[in-house]
Design a protein around this ligand. Structure first.
Ligand code: SIN
Ligand code: CO
Length: 389
């Protein structure tokens, strides 16, 4: 699936002129795109414990914009009003990898920036109200129609109506609006006030969300890991001291020597930094932790099983990324772990990151050496690759 940019626009220009900067409506961006799930299937997913779901009722709750959180009972969906409600399901591409085919259209963007695909199903006039998000989002219309209104200028500081379940803007003042039909797409950078109202029943919107990691969280994790790896757990030793004039005074020379020492411990070569980064951005969400395989296999058992089953699938919850490093190694990152292979294995690692399924007959030749077989076997034992039966 490719993104059908309008005449005169391409991925390169989109990145230079719109990405993280300004909104863009693309009519027929995904020609013929239809919703991968219907309303009943989405309601079915909202019954499951491991799936994050929300119902938003603008009018018929005990307060305006009431939010209810899943898992729901099937009976809940029989008591819904005829309009003004929305069901939202997060991380859908992780639970149903086939929905992830939509991501192929956004393959020109770095995968480490992707947070999730959220699907919403709305009755007539259903919405989550006027609000701002702190991420880049592609709002893909998958079924029915939705009217989007936006303020074209971003708000970095937004105020919300107090005491509501949702963060609703009290003073939304749209400057643009469009009615979207299936296949149309609206791109919004962070902080653009927007409101998408379903027009008619059965409005399904897929939000492909790219949430950037927070700088303070990255710094915290990087310092923590670097300290654990590089700073010895020993006590500070004095530099040669001179008698103090005033014992309460902190000596400037002592301080600058210590500062230089501590900064020195935090120095890191680019490969070590890349290893930390790959692990950090491939980390799984707290509620989507992967269970190891029920029956761990050794390398030979694994290869025999792969041949017998014919294929092995990537666990939709696992995040696979790679980095070809300057030390002649190629690093594979899987849900917070780094694996190092020779750089010559780059195309095989890239295949592992892109293929949703590894078919034995067509992929086996890439895994003929012991090291790559061990890698596949560990990925299986840790639950990142799974046999379907
Ligand atoms: C929706 O799909 O109803 C809401 C998506 C959004 O505004 O971010
Ligand atoms: Co939004």
């Amino acid at each position: 699936m490719n993104l059908n940019f309008p005449t005169g626009l391409c991925a390169e220009r989109f990145l230079a002129e719109y990405w993280q900067q300004r909104p863009l409506l693309i009519r027929n961006a995904l020609p013929g795109y239809t919703s991968p799930l219907d309303g009943d299937e989405l309601a079915g997913l909202a019954l499951e414990e491991s799936i994050e779901s929300r119902l938003v009722l603008e009018r018929d709750g005990s307060r305006p914009w009431q939010a209810e959180y899943g898992p729901f009972d099937a009976a809940r969906f029989e008591r819904l009003p005829s309009s003004h409600w929305t069901l939202l399901i997060q991380d859908i591409e992780k639970h149903l990898p086939e929905v992830g085919e939509l991501l192929d259209a956004f393959a020109f963007l770095p995968r480490w920036r992707l947070d999730d695909i959220m699907i919403s199903y709305a009755a007539d006039r259903g919405s989550v109200g006027p609000h701002v998000d702190d991420y880049d989002v592609f709002l893909v219309q998958a079924a029915g129609h939705r009217r989007w209104q936006i303020e074209e200028t971003g708000r970095s500081e937004a105020e919300y109506i107090p005491d509501l379940d949702l963060r609703i803007l009290p003073d939304f003042d749209p400057t643009q609006e469009w009615l979207l039909s299936p296949g149309d797409l609206l791109y919004l950078p962070p902080h653009i006030p927007h409101w998408g109202l379903a027009e008619g029943n059965g409005c399904i919107t897929c939000s492909v969300g790219y949430q950037a990691p927070r700088l303070d969280m990255m710094a915290l994790d990087w310092c923590d890991q670097t300290i654990q790896r590089q700073v010895p757990a020993v006590r500070y030793r004095d530099i040669p001291l001179r008698p103090q004039h005033d014992s309460a005074e902190i000596d400037a020379e002592v301080l600058s020597a210590l500062h230089a020492d501590l900064l020195g411990y935090l120095q890191q070569d680019p490969v070590a930094f890349a290893r930390w980064f790959g692990c950090h951005v491939s980390e799984a969400k707290a509620h989507l932790q992967i269970e190891p395989a029920a029956v761990p296999l050794d390398r030979e058992q694994f290869m025999a099983e792969w041949r017998m089953q014919g294929s092995i699938e990537r666990n939709g919850w696992s995040k696979f990324l790679f980095f070809p490093a300057t030390d002649e190694r190629c690093y594979l990152f899987v849900s917070g772990q780094a694996f190092s292979l020779p750089l010559q294995r780059r195309s095989t690692i890239a295949l592992l990151c892109s293929a949703r399924q590894l078919v034995y007959s067509s992929c086996m030749h890439r895994f003929s050496d012991q090291e790559s077989q061990e890698l596949l076997c560990s990925l299986h034992n840790e639950g990142h690759l799974q046999f379907l039966t």
